[in-house]
Design a protein around this ligand. Structure first.
Ligand code: PEP
Ligand code: MG
Length: 752
């Protein structure tokens, strides 16, 4: 059963469109369960009807035409109850409605299960028999099939499938993701794909087919040589049996059908990589279908070979990434490096299938001021390269090939955005002072040297968080002491005499170094931040030496320790810092002891502010991690991203507690997580009496606008009201209304 299920799921995932996916489902399920009929109805949210989308057994003419209004027929019963309906004699059911056009007259037994994705009933999967009733095992099987396929159906439907098949014109079709970076971007999709990841290769139209055929043949020849060399090298080390694998690989590579089919796909207009992906999927699916587990596992071998050929295609890259003007960079999981590689002046937006509001790609997009949508898991990535795309970074929406009316509306909003941003620029040289005269310093978050100019241009009063891991992430090895010193010096010098809060290396979690791999089951609960640097004093000491030496003569350095969860870690780190400081002083470096503070990002520290206060000079709240750990919601997991919200009452109460406790010890508290860049949250942070805010350069003007438009007294009153509320949605709606009332509604939605 498991094998059959896996086979169906694989086939459906490889389908090119919704119609094909549904056809595969009805055919395969009918076959596997040996039923007379299998059909799929999908719910059309526009007409509020269940539409027969595919069937094997009923009349094919009914597909796209047979429609049942909400509340009509057994299909609706399954949709309403959201559970399987198993009937031995369907026509006897009071809600049975007979449809002559479907040709279902002879079938008495009925089993329907809902297809549910993200709590929404997308449709109903039904099997029917003439007489024989369905048993418990069949109910379980069909429910399992449906639960496994819901995601794939949602994925295929996102490309407009239900409307397309039913012959309707979509009026307002978009794909939901999460707001990654505010703003609206219109442009052309450029799909970025990780090297040698065959599944992520998009289709791409080409002009020069001969050139692509040559690219493919050269890659195939290189892969053949590689496999022959491998086989030769391994011949002494491997047993006869294991060597057979290489023989099998060699045979597959010699296969004429692999070569001929790929060339045929290229001649049909696809580039070499896309044509290869299609051929490999087709071949692998044939093996997937075999009942014999040994043979079916050959499918994995074929995919492996596909990746090898692809690696050669990419090595001989005659198709380097091309970025048209107004590029919208799209990918299954856009990495920080992919984003950094794209020419910024051409980037109009970013869409990542994975990730959430606080993943680093979103942080980077915000830092660069590029509208972004993340967690757009339903995006039909393989089919959208070159399409016109709209990114709505406020609402987390993506429009693929938008209708003219939608495009015009967004063009208007984009123009208004430009005017808004131009208006904000006027604030640059004004200090961030509330209407009742309280100055709340606004700092910038940086990590890239390219952030320095925009931060200064936008009036940052210093750097509230310099993430030192970015220079580590873009290298192939640990940067040396002098290399690091130069980087840190540039930041410290650019901002002096304004303060710079340099954070020591915070790797682990989702920030990995290719040259220092950390493999863990739960990386966010594992070896991260200060835990790594305390365990590796050689890495920590080199970094501290570089940071301290970089500060010579400037006196604007503040040191920030990440991911502290135990008081002892502060003591141990402080000891090392003092030792390094003394050594450098003895060696004649003209440095002064910096202030030392910690990030509050682990819940345990919320309850030890009293113990920490005497040990540190300041606190900086990392709300990205604090939200993730306090709410037990992985900040990068799109599936639970709707639960991730820094406006959760628990987080607001925790922050209020931190500020009040730290005030008793006269220790400043700043916020440097993404929350500080959220205009709605900024009002609350003001009300709490936070000492300073640090956010990305792109958000600085917006936050300054908030500070300059509210009084401390107003902010305190708003906070008092909010602290009585029970959920983040109510809180956000309340704060947005307050922003609107103050004439700042343009900060939280597209347009002015
Ligand atoms: C945070 O956790 O809020 C933070 C600022 O650190 P990072 O996002 O780099 O983990
Ligand atoms: Mg953090």
């Amino acid at each position: 059963m498991l094998h059959t299920l896996r086979r169906i799921v694989n086939e459906v995932n490889a389908a090119q469109n919704l119609a094909q996916a549904l056809d595969i489902i009805v055919r395969r399920v009918k076959q596997a369960m040996d039923t007379d009929v299998c059909s799929v109805y999908l719910f059309d949210t526009v007409s509020e009807q269940y539409v027969l989308m595919a069937t094997d057994g009923l009349s094919p003419q009914a597909v796209g035409h047979l429609r049942l209004a909400r509340g009509e027929g057994l299909v609706s019963v399954v949709g309403e109850t959201q559970k399987p309906l198993n009937l031995a004699n369907a026509p006897e059911h009071p809600r049975f409605s007979f449809c002559a056009e479907s040709g279902e007259a002879p079938y008495r037994s009925f089993l329907g299960v809902p297809i549910i994705h993200h709590r929404q009933v997308m449709g109903i999967l039904i099997v029917q028999h003439a007489e024989q009733p369905f048993g418990e095992d069949e109910v379980s099987f069909l429910s399992t099939v449906s639960s496994q396929l819901a995601g794939a159906i949602a994925h295929a439907d996102a490309s407009g499938g239900i409307k397309g098949l039913a012959g309707e014109v979509a009026t307002k079709r978009y794909i939901d993701g999460l707001p990654g970076a505010p703003g609206v971007g219109l442009g052309t999709a450029v799909v970025a794909y990780p090297p040698a990841n065959l599944e992520a290769i998009p289709d791409r139209k080409i002009q020069d087919t001969d050139k692509e055929v040559d690219v493919f043949l050269a890659a195939l020849a290189a892969a053949r040589t590689e496999i022959r060399d491998l086989a030769r090298r391994m011949s002494t080390a491997l047993s006869e049996e294991d060597r057979a694998l290489f023989d099998a690989y060699a045979l597959m590579l010699e296969s004429k059908s692999l070569e001929a089919k790929t060339i045929e796909n290229i001649r049909a207009g696809n580039w070499a990589a896309g044509a290869l992906r299609a051929t490999i999927n087709e071949h692998a699916n044939i093996f997937d279908e075999m009942e014999d587990p040994y043979i079916s596992e050959r499918a994995d071998d074929i995919r492996d070979l596909g990746r090898r050929i692809l690696a050669h295609i990419q090595n001989n890259a005659t198709n380097p990434m091309e970025y048209p003007d107004r590029t919208i960079l799209v990918g299954e999981e856009i990495s920080v490096t992919e984003l950094s590689q794209a020419p910024l002046e051409r980037l109009a937006g970013v869409i990542s299938g994975a990730g959430s509001t606080s993943s680093h790609v979103a942080i980077l997009a915000r830092a660069l001021g590029i509208p972004a949508v993340v967690g757009a898991s339903h995006l039909p990535i393989s089919r959208i390269d070159g399409c016109e795309i709209i990114v709505d970074g406020y609402q987390g929406r993506v429009y693929v090939s938008p209708l003219p009316a939608v495009r015009d509306e967004y063009l208007r909003l984009a123009r208004e955005e430009e005017e808004l941003v131009a208006g904000l620029d006027e604030l640059t040289n004004r200090p961030a002072v509330t209407t009742d005269g309280v100055h709340v310093p606004l700092f910038a978050n940086t990590g890239l040297l390219s952030d320095i100019a925009p931060s200064l241009e936008r009036g940052a009063e210093g750097v509230g968080l310099y993430r030192t891991e970015f220079p580590f992430m873009v290298r192939q090895r640990f940067p040396g002491e002098e290399e690091q010193r130069k980087i840190y010096r540039k930041v410290l010098e650019a901002f002096a005499p304004r303060p710079v809060y340099l954070r020591t290396l915070d790797i682990g979690g989702d920030k990995t170094l290719s040259y220092f791999p950390i493999k863990e089951e739960n990386p966010f609960l594992g070896w991260r931040g200060i835990r790594v640097t305390l365990d590796h004093p050689e890495i920590f000491v080199v970094q501290l030496r570089a940071i301290l030496r970089a500060s010579a003569g400037l006196d604007n350095l503040h040191l920030l320790l990440p991911m502290v969860s135990h008081v002892a870690e502060v003591d141990q780190a402080s000891l090392i810092i003092k030792r390094v400081f003394n050594e450098l002083r003895e060696a004649g470096e003209p440095i002064t002891m910096p202030e030392i503070g910690i990030m509050i990002e682990v819940p345990s520290m919320l309850y030890q502010i009293e113990d920490l206060a005497p040990r540190v000079d300041f606190f900086s709240v990392g709300t990205n991690d604090l939200t993730q750990y306090l709410l037990a919601v992985d900040r990068n997991n799109a599936r639970v991203a709707n639960l991730y919200d820094a406006l959760h009452p628990a987080l607001l109460r925790a922050l209020t507690h931190v500020v009040l406790t730290a005030q008793r010890y006269s220790k400043p508290v700043s916020v440097c997580g993404e929350m500080a860049g959220d205009p709605a949250a900024a009002i609350l942070l003001l009300g709490m009496g936070i000492s300073s805010l640090s956010t990305t350069a792109a958000s600085l003007p917006r936050i300054k606008w908030v500070i300059c438009n509210f009084s401390m007294a107003e902010a305190r009153n708003i906070l008092d009201e909010v602290l009585l509320m029970e959920d983040s949605q109510t809180i956000r709606a309340f704060l947005n209304a307050r922003l609107d009332k103050a004439g700042l509604g343009g900060l939280v939605r597209a347009g002015k």
